[in-house]
Design a protein around this ligand. Structure first.
Ligand SMILES: Cc1cc2nc3c(=O)[nH]c(=O)nc-3n(C[C@H](O)[C@H](O)[C@H](O)COP(=O)(O)OP(=O)(O)OC[C@H]3O[C@@H](n4cnc5c(N)ncnc54)[C@H](O)[C@@H]3O)c2cc1C
Length: 464
């Protein structure tokens, strides 16, 4: 066995691990940094361009986010945008499309009007759009043939913002940039599957097939597998992992930008959206669905035993699942999403949901997107008997951190990496070049507020 020593070792080369690699290499004086990835390239799992919704979540149109959560995501999105737009190949990484969240029916429309009254101040580009204004941006949403749809609709949206990201291209960019930093030792080892982590003295020993890596600090960004490795080290045993897969459907191009729908508060994954796929021109992608699957990696049955290891089924997990199932909305939603995976009937069922966005959609337009969509590793907190909805982190306090990153983990990659970096830097007694960090990544974004936004309620006559 060869031995490789690092100050900081990162496990997982998705967008989270690669973002941390970049920040550590570019903004700290940590000298020996390594990354281990089990596949032959970065971002082959959930960060793969086809495995997620490619949305830069800013918080304005995500109706399940409170203002507090929205502003946190906004900062994270700004960091990503500041990085991506400064890259020479930014046009492969980040994209501008219109975006909106569509309210259908009186209740949802009222919810959006109220949201605009609170959020408008913090989002200068956000507009409240009536049916005519929606039709100018997304004709297929507001019209059926050449007539307006008959139900009440209102939308919140904007037209000239970065709204989509190829997270795979972003991860590749982070790795490239990290490897270009001078006076540092930055190693990226592909095809290295980490099977075991243990502690020896003040070092972590990280074992792969043929090598035992040693490191003073360790950050694991391996999706659901992070929990498996945390358990291996004896941490996070009160967490269980519930993998929620998402599938998509393609249609011919019907939308110009991203059209989200209002979330049901009881069902955070329930609302589908439609949007362009940054790598599939001439098509619109609808989804994702939400199906609980007993695997940690989509289309990889070999991860079934890994799931069984992290699921750690007991009475507390059963209680959380029972609490979910006994809510009628959730029960029906789970059943529907199971049916969404069954050939023939799935298209008929999905059509009903997608018609909320494009009312003239026909069955013949819908095509199940094969091998598209990843898995969100949602955690169950057994001690508090609840399902955690956002990202989760286990900070051991001894220089090892484990990240589990469901949506919006792509958007939050740099902010999440910043959090980890601050802990690791303290642990290693290293420093961050705060000025460069702030100048490059934070910019002026946090200063934007616009108190008078009454002129941003648009009717069809003034929509851009
Ligand atoms: C259906 C769906 C839609 C989504 N939509 C969005 C969206 O629109 N916007 C958004 O911001 N986020 C979205 N997300 C979330 C986003 O995709 C993830 O949060 C993000 O990709 C997670 O990145 P990651 O690097 O943490 O994990 P991953 O990309 O899964 O990377 C983990 C890496 O760890 C490696 N690894 C695992 N185990 C080991 C091991 N033992 N040894 C070595 N390497 C290992 C894997 O090979 C992989 O490369 C979506 C997710 C899903 C599933």
């Amino acid at each position: 066995m060869s031995t490789n020593r690092y100050d900081l070792l990162i496990i997982g080369g998705g967008v989270s691990g690669s973002a941390l690699l970049y920040l550590a290499a570019r903004y700290t004086d940590i000298r020996h940094i390594g990354l281990l990835e089990k596949y032959a390239a970065p971002a082959r799992v959930n960060s793969l361009s086809s495995n997620n919704s490619q949305t830069l979540h800013c918080g304005d149109i995500e109706t399940n986010y409170t203002l507090e959560k929205a502003l946190k995501v906004k900062r994270a999105a700004s960091m990503l945008r500041n990085y991506a737009t400064a890259q020479p190949d930014s046009h492969h990484i980040i994209f501008k499309y219109s975006k909106m969240v569509l309210g259908v029916g009186t209740k949802e429309c009222e919810k959006l009007r109220q949201r605009f009254a609170v959020f408008g101040e913090h989002y200068p580009n956000l507009r409240l759009l009536d049916k005519k204004a929606i039709a100018k941006i997304e004709p297929h949403v507001a019209m059926i043939d050449d007539k307006f749809r008959s139900d009440e609709v209102v939308a919140l949206g904007s037209t000239n913002e970065y709204t989509a990201v190829n997270f795979e291209a972003l991860a590749c960019s982070f790795v490239r940039q990290a490897q270009m930093t001078r006076e540092k030792h930055v190693d990226v080892h592909y095809n290295e599957y980490v099977s075991h982590i243990k502690i020896e003295g003040n070092r972590f020993l990280v074992e792969t097939g043929g090598t035992c890596y040693q490191t003073r600090a360790l950050v694991v960004c391996a999706g659901g597998h992070s929990l498996k490795l945390a358990h291996d080290l004896g941490y996070g045993l009160h967490y269980s992992c519930l993998p929620v897969a998402g599938s998509y459907y393609f249609t011919p191009q019907l939308l110009n930008g991203k059209v989200y729908t209002v979330q049901n508060d009881a069902l955070p994954f329930a609302a589908i959206h439609g949007d362009p796929d940054v790598l599939v021109p001439g098509a619109t992608r609808f989804g994702p669905t939400a199906l609980i699957l007993p695997i940690l990696e989509r289309y990889n049955l070999k991860t079934l035993p890994d799931f069984l290891q992290v699921f750690r089924f007991d009475r507390r997990v059963a209680k959380v699942l029972w609490d979910l199932i006994r809510v009628k909305d959730i029960r029906n939603y789970m059943l529907k999403n199971f049916l969404f995976e069954i050939p023939v009937i799935r298209r008929i069922l999905f059509l009903r949901d997608a018609r909320k966005i494009v009312p003239s959609l026909r069955l013949g337009d819908l095509k199940f997107a094969n091998r598209v969509g990843g898995i969100r590793p949602q955690l169950i907190d057994k001690d508090h008997r609840k399902l955690l909805l956002g990202e989760a982190k286990i900070d051991t306090g001894i220089g090892a951190i484990f990240n589990m990153t469901p949506s919006p983990g792509g958007t939050s990659c740099l902010e999440n990496a910043e959090l980890d970096l601050r802990v690791i830097v303290k642990f290693l007694d290293a420093t961050i070049n705060e000025e460069a960090f702030k100048n490059d990544l934070l910019g002026d974004d946090e200063k934007h507020t616009d108190k008078d936004f009454s002129g941003r309620v648009l009717s069809g006559n003034d929509a851009a």
